[in-house]
Write a protein that binds this ligand. Structure first.
Ligand code: ADE
Length: 230
């Protein structure tokens, strides 16, 4: 069983509509859609926005569905000039940019007492997803790099620059690193797939509203093609 998590309805409703639903289970105020997508056993959930929702959802996927891999799909703000709206970023690793215990001598993003700040995405999943993306979305760029997550919508050029200089990231969003950490704690491979909806600067709010739906089409097309091969 593969777990697919999106924060918002827009990010998963097309996939849910396409799957053969066997059952819908409610846990922690989330609906877990269990069934088959392109013949593959999946559980698909809208977890809600932010790291807490994302982590709770991932833990339920581990405990109740014994998922063998978790895929986080959705949109993100670009943190690199060459990554444009509509392009896709596949995570190499993920980090929580708002984890900050520098006052205790830890590095930015480092989780105290865990000796960790980044969580590595699964290499086999990454490779398969990037290859498939080049086939099914040939008109867009696909990039592999670090995803940074925090409980903040980044829409200020100065905040963006701070993230860029501290973490060398490719894109930012609000769930991926929490899913990554929860997956790591449960020894489950994960990967984050994000389509760029905005540039995480002063134009982010307007761009987000305009480009969200189009960006999501690219992740949907990619997941439809990749799920049967997993
Ligand atoms: N998701 C999409 N765009 C984002 C941004 N600019 N900041 C945080 N999450 C996002």
């Amino acid at each position: 069983m593969i777990g697919i998590i999106g924060a918002m309805d827009q990010e998963v409703h097309i996939l849910k509509a396409e799957m053969d639903v066997e059952k819908i289970e409610r846990k922690a105020s989330m609906e877990f859609f269990v069934g088959k997508l392109q013949g593959r056993d999946v559980v698909i959930v809208k977890c809600g926005v932010g790291k807490v929702n994302a982590a709770v959802c991932t833990q339920i996927m581990a405990d109740c569905y014994q998922v063998e891999a978790v895929i986080n799909t959705g949109v993100a703000g670009s943190l690199r000039a060459e990554i444009n709206i509509g392009d896709i970023v596949v995570s190499t690793d993920a980090l929580q940019h708002d984890m900050d215990a520098r006052g205790f001598g830890y590095e930015p993003g480092e989780i105290p007492l865990m000796g960790k700040k980044t969580f590595e995405a699964d290499k086999r999943l990454r490779r398969l997803i990037v290859e498939t993306c080049r086939k099914v979305n040939p008109e867009i760029g696909v990039f592999e790099g670090r995803v940074v997550s925090g409980d903040q919508f980044i829409s200020d050029g100065a905040v963006k620059e701070r993230l860029v200089s501290m973490f060398d990231p490719y894109c930012t969003e609000m769930e991926g690193a929490a899913i990554a950490q929860a997956a790591w704690l449960n020894h489950i491979p994960f990967v984050i797939i994000r389509a760029i909806s905005d540039k995480a600067d002063g134009s982010a709010q307007m761009d987000y509203a305009e480009f969200e739906a189009k960006a999501i089409q690219h992740t949907v097309r990619l997941l439809e093609a990749v799920v049967p091969a997993l």
